[in-house]
Design a protein around this ligand. Structure first.
Ligand code: PMP
Length: 398
């Protein structure tokens, strides 16, 4: 190695990887682990609520009753019983679904990768929300699309930018329920209007729903966009937020005409999702403890959401934010402050967040930040917001 003439290996990399930014959040996880920093940066669930005992039991059953299947190679589509569980869930929502319309993926992050591989060539126009889920921006960046944006308002996308953006776009990617990062929940009139606009162009809808079960206020569940739309659509789901992200299990629901090519992408990527994990998860779901768990998660996260809302109002009265009705994040604007510029100083004051710039493909709104509330106890949240307020005091207009 010592006589290697280049001082870096830059020349070895593909353009696509050189053009793809690192995830700020993954980087932050290393900074904030094992320190006394209060981190509002990650999107982590509360670990003490993980169903460790139940999963241990489910794993034991998987090995003792289906050991050879759990440890063997399996089909690309995934474990049929788990896919059927997902189908039953859609059927309960009134969304007719067949087992061969479901692929189990390694989290919904992998679903985004497969969609980019199957539908995007360099320069293909795609429409994203503004701000957008950072992981989707990153997954798609590898395929180098032309990213267009439709601005989010409190009730969903602003329709003029949506109409302009979908013209000639290959797909519209959106998170209509408790969006990451903004917390926005699409209203019924917006859902109808979006579907009408997509219908004109027959745009491919990619609807990502990882937070739909994490609601904290009484509400009437609204139909998914995919349930209202008769054009091509793909729905993404995830067990990360409702069971455990470390299992890396999510899914794609798509029409047969779309799914065959996604299966080719999945095969080429990893052959299939871990058989063992799929069987363990299915055993856990069969124990019927998920509903109790969801109730417990909602109780815990509601309290934390409220603690953060109250702390923001008390300690940062200049901050602008909308109380999120679900999900995992507060999306905050600090007028006049470049949140990326002050990041290091605030970190030194003992609190971490994600500067809003990470969530924009173009022209970032630099005054925004994303604060996670699910991974800290209420008193820690209050402490963290107080630290944040002390660090930025003097910078905000009075
Ligand atoms: N989509 C959205 C909107 C998300 O917020 C996340 C997780 N932060 C993901 C997809 C990926 O989740 P996973 O791969 O764990 O299912």
């Amino acid at each position: 190695m010592s006589d290697f003439t280049h001082d870096s290996f830059q020349h070895l990399f593909s353009q696509r990887i050189l053009n793809t930014p690192r995830s700020f959040i993954r980087e932050m996880l290393t900074v904030t682990q094992n320190s006394d920093i209060i981190s509002f940066a990650g999107g982590l669930p509360e670990p003490s609520l993980f169903p460790v005992e139940e999963i241990a039991q489910a794993a034991q059953t998987a090995l003792s009753e289906e050991g050879s299947r759990a440890l063997q190679y399996s089909t690309t589509e995934g474990y049929t019983a788990l896919r059927q569980w997902i189908v039953d869930d859609y059927e309960r929502r009134g969304m007719h679904t067949r087992v061969d319309e479901i692929i189990i993926t390694a989290g919904s992050q992998q679903a985004l990768d497969l969609i980019a591989k199957a539908f995007i060539d360099p320069g293909t126009p795609v429409l994203f929300e503004r701000p957008a889920y950072l992981g989707a921006l990153q997954a798609f960046a590898l395929s180098a699309p032309e990213i267009r944006e439709t601005t989010l308002q409190p009730d969903g996308p602003e329709l003029t930018s949506l109409e302009r953006g979908v013209k000639g776009a290959r797909l519209f990617y959106c998170v209509p329920e408790f969006q990451n990062p903004s917390g926005v929940y699409y209203s019924m009139p917006k859902r109808r209007a979006i579907v009408e606009i997509l219908r004109r162009e027959q745009t491919l809808l990619v609807e990502d729903e990882p937070y739909r079960e994490l609601y904290y206020n009484d509400r009437e569940a609204l139909p998914a966009l995919a349930a209202l739309y008769d054009g091509p659509s793909i729905s993404l789901g995830s067990f990360s937020k409702i069971v455990a992200p470390g299992m890396r299990l999510g899914w794609i629901r798509a029409d047969r005409r779309l799914i065959d090519k996604l299966l080719v992408a999945k095969q080429a990527t990893d052959l299939h999702t871990s058989s063992f994990n799929q069987i363990v998860l299915y055993n856990y779901l069969s124990s019927r403890s998920l509903n109790n768990r969801l109730a417990e998660l909602r109780r815990c996260y509601r309290e934390r959401r409220d603690a953060m809302s109250d702390a923001l109002r008390t300690f940062l009265p200049q901050a602008e934010f909308t109380d999120p009705q679900g999900g995992m994040f507060h999306w905050v604007r600090l007028p006049g402050i470049d949140t990326a510029g002050i990041f290091r100083d605030v970190l030194e004051a003992g609190v971490a967040y994600v500067p809003g710039t990470s969530f924009y493909a173009h022209n970032p709104d630099t005054e925004t930040m994303r604060l996670n509330f699910t991974n800290s106890a209420p008193d820690v949240i209050v402490d963290g917001v107080r630290r944040l307020s002390t660090a930025v005091s003097g910078m905000l207009p009075t």
